[in-house]
Design a protein around this ligand. Structure first.
Ligand code: AMP
Length: 139
């Protein structure tokens, strides 16, 4: 497996070299909105320390990220009035991974909804408004 490269998009977001709509952070993890949301409230949970994906992550990285995945999943249920949550995670390009810094997708769901296709830019104002609702539900 290839080594971690610190010029990936999420490493740049962590270093504040690229903008992101941040939702939550603690000592070990950061949550920000996906700019191509497949559902309203689609956000990404990443560790603050480097690893490509589940295959090279340490138990500590996995534990802290999953803890945040659960916390933010509960917040989207409450804050966005979701009825369920889909959690997605891809490993290496053949596994569907495009950005090589470990991340979990949180996708709020409602009965009968259909995910939007990948790769479509979202409306930044709308994304910011949804992020606000998630943040309030975390308080
Ligand atoms: P994947 O590596 O396949 O799990 O997908 C990477 C995800 O990152 C996709 O859902 C993209 O929409 C998302 N993404 C790519 N660039 C950015 C960015 N600058 N800010 C937020 N999300 C991004």
């Amino acid at each position: 497996m290839a080594e971690y490269q610190d010029d990936n998009i999420f490493a740049k977001i962590l270093r504040d070299e690229l903008p992101a709509t941040r939702v939550f952070e603690d000592d070990d993890t950061l949550v920000f909105m996906d700019i191509m949301p497949r559902a309203d409230g689609h956000c990404l949970v990443i560790p603050k320390t480097p690893c490509r994906n589940v295959l090279d992550a340490s138990p500590e990285q996995l534990a802290s990220v999953m803890n945040t995945v659960q916390k933010v999943s509960k917040a989207v249920m409450k804050g966005l009035d979701a009825e369920g949550v889909t959690i997605q995670q891809f490993n290496e390009a053949p596994g569907g991974q495009e950005v090589f810094h470990l991340h979990f997708h949180i996708l709020p769901r409602r009965q009968g909804d259909v995910l939007r296709p990948p790769g479509q830019m979202g409306d930044l104002d709308q994304i910011a408004a949804v992020a606000d609702k998630i943040r309030k539900a975390l308080d």
